[in-house]
Design a protein around this ligand. Structure first.
Ligand code: BT5
Length: 250
């Protein structure tokens, strides 16, 4: 293997040189009853983003999925995505990257004052459960670590490109998992932690909802992690629980 994993608790790490998708392996582990297991791969041959999009995952990145069984209702599940974004951003900042969070699930590096950015990492949360209780929840995190942005989709950046050097992936993953464990242990602290690292707040955004596009200023996120947008059309504050968000020029 390209990376040696002698990681400490809080998670048991299952390492693969290559898999289709760590989220798919994590789903198998979750349905088998696993908890606090991390599936980690050097390379994914079928990495996925949201909405069945492709996620480029060549060897040299950090592609991992965390299997958890949290005692929460599904309504609180988005907080796990925010917790993963906070943890990933903190770990990237320790590695020398000016990482910030773009709502809801992107870790990005700003390129100007107007909200333009390049994408360093993405997060894909999946879960199973009933209306009142989550049975399992997997958090997939993909970080462009020791890669050249050249080989990735337009708009991507990497730790190598931003920090000017490769990161020790064992140390990076350890820090990321420690941060994630700390943030999830205090779910009420997730939103304040997220706000401090957010790039989206204060930006002019367009959010695509099922009911149509909403354009306005992103003013806050709610206690459950929904984006609060002051609509240019209605002048009212509207809350969006999920959707794609684009930063617009002011
Ligand atoms: C995401 O989706 O950002 C979630 C990505 C989650 C990846 C992790 S890796 C470990 C685990 N196993 C998996 O199979 N997945 C998870 P979304 O917001 O839908 O963004 C997808 C879009 O980002 C694509 O349509 C491309 O435009 C772009 N993209 C693809 N690969 C990229 C990369 N490596 N870096 C930056 N952008 C990328």
């Amino acid at each position: 293997p390209a990376v040696e994993f002698g990681l400490e608790a809080p998670f048991t790490v299952e390492y693969h040189d290559a898999v289709g998708s760590t989220n798919a392996v994590a789903r198998d582990r979750a349905t088998d009853g696993a908890a606090d297991v991390v599936v980690l791969a050097d390379e994914q041959t079928g990495g996925r983003g949201r909405l069945e999009r492709e996620w480029s995952s060549p060897a040299g990145g950090v592609w991992l999925s965390i299997v958890t069984r949290p005692a929460i209702t599904p309504a609180r599940a988005p907080l796990y995505t925010l917790a993963a974004a906070v943890a990933t951003t903190r770990a990237a900042r320790e590695a020398g990257v000016d990482a910030r969070i773009k709502w809801p699930n992107d870790v990005v590096v700003p390129v100007d004052e107007d909200g333009a950015y390049r994408k360093l990492a993405g997060i894909l949360t999946e879960m199973e459960g009933e209306t009142d209780r989550v049975e399992w929840l997997t958090v997939g995190i993909g970080v462009n670590a020791n890669l050249d942005a050249d080989g990735l989709p337009d708009g991507a950046t990497t730790i190598r490109d931003e920090a000017g050097e490769d990161v020790d992936r064992r140390v990076f993953v350890q820090r990321l998992l420690e941060e994630f464990d700390a943030v999830r242990a205090d779910l009420d602290g997730v939103v304040p932690a997220w706000r401090e690292l957010a790039l989206t707040l204060g930006q002019r955004v367009r959010v695509d909802r099922s009911s149509g596009a909403l354009v306005g200023e992103a003013v806050d996120i709610s206690d459950s992690g929904a984006l609060v947008v002051e609509s240019e059309e209605s002048g009212k504050r509207e809350t969006v629980a999920a959707g794609d968000c684009e930063h617009l020029r002011p």
